[in-house]
Design a protein around this ligand. Structure first.
Ligand code: F6P
Length: 323
């Protein structure tokens, strides 16, 4: 029998579609199991400044289809300091919280790792980030939604690319990692995908584009992660080296919001319920997540400190499929 009575849930870092579905699942499974539950507003900022709100089954009605997060979020700088972590610990103590569910990305789990060390409160992480860059987790909440938004947008751009015989350089999110770019690039049949992890030879790409033009190819889509480099400069370089009429389109924050896909909702719901189970089973510091089709757990310390690698087979596949 667990001695956990009261828990808190926080959404932290960049918002991701499906966070609300996850909050809903956490709240409803916690109340089903007789736990009292509160929400921390505004990410870790709310933990540092004791911004806490009671939650019950009805407070999470009608949110499964909403993007963003009803609890709001932040990229809290204070939690990176000793003082901030100490204040977070005080908030947990003051509100008699004996379990914390953190819904967020890699930065949020690094913060969670510190809060756990300082407070001793059990913490279960639920991976939610459009970037899908969390170690030990095959898919984060929000990734599928973001990839779908960008893929549909590029389908529209392709119409203009074809009609006007142009090349489109499409920038998608991913400040440090290329998971979104790679999935979007494959899903929309892009000619090239440029990711921050791998530097490509732009001269070689220009030569290949010229060769394919000679073979009769009239339009191209290049998907580029925002962290690859200066997209406008790359577009200028490719245009002047190939002579192909080029346009740039940035999808940006459109990818972060909007109604979550069914897949993101399913994942969010399953992760939420599993997180409550783990807490009640006495887990102290773990992150739930899909691994080869099953929801498993990974120690918070490894998720916080290790790096997820890009799937190089997928990267090679993207290259092989380009015209
Ligand atoms: O949520 C992850 C992410 O979308 C990155 O890909 C992007 O670079 C970053 O957030 C920017 O977000 P913000 O403006 O909130 O820092």
């Amino acid at each position: 029998m667990s001695d956990i009575r009261k828990i808190a849930v926080v959404t932290s870092g960049g918002d991701a579609s499906g966070m609300n579905a996850s909050v809903r699942s956490v709240v409803r499974m916690a109340t089903r199991d007789g736990l009292e539950i509160v929400g921390i507003n505004r990410g870790y900022t709310g933990l540092v400044y004791n911004d806490v709100v009671p939650l019950d089954r009805t407070s999470v009605s009608g949110i499964i289809n909403l993007g963003g997060t009803i609890l709001r979020s932040s990229r809290c700088q204070e939690i990176r300091t000793e003082e901030g972590v100490e204040r977070a610990k005080d908030t947990l103590e003051y509100n008699s919280i004996d379990g914390l569910i953190v819904i967020g990305g890699d930065g949020s789990f690094r913060g969670a790792h510190e809060i756990r060390r300082r407070s001793g409160v059990p913490i279960i992480g639920i991976p939610a980030s459009i970037d899908n860059d969390i170690y030990g987790v095959d898919e984060t909440i929000g990734f599928d939604s973001a990839v779908n938004v960008a893929t549909r947008a590029i389908d529209s751009l392709r119409d203009t690319a074809y009609s006007h015989e142009r090349m489109f350089i499409v920038e998608v999110m991913g400040r440090e990692r290329g998971f979104i770019a790679l999935s979007v690039g494959i899903s929309c049949g892009a000619e090239y995908v440029l990711v921050p992890e791998i530097k490509e030879d732009l001269q070689k790409i220009s030569n290949e584009l010229k060769d394919s033009e000679k073979r009769g190819k009239r339009s191209n889509i290049i998907v580029i992660a925002e962290g690859y480099g200066n997209t406008a400069e790359i577009a200028r370089y490719l245009q002047s080296n190939t002579g192909l009429e080029t346009r740039v389109s940035t999808i940006g924050y459109l990818q972060r919001g909007g109604s979550p896909s069914a897949r993101s909702r399913m994942l969010a719901t399953s992760y939420g319920s599993r997180a409550i189970q783990e807490l009640l089973n006495g887990e102290m510091e773990t992150v739930v997540g899909l691994q080869a089709g099953e929801i498993k757990t990974e120690p918070l310390s490894s998720v916080a400190l290790r790096r997820k690698e890009l799937d190089m087979k997928l990267y090679e596949l993207a290259k092989e499929l380009s015209y």
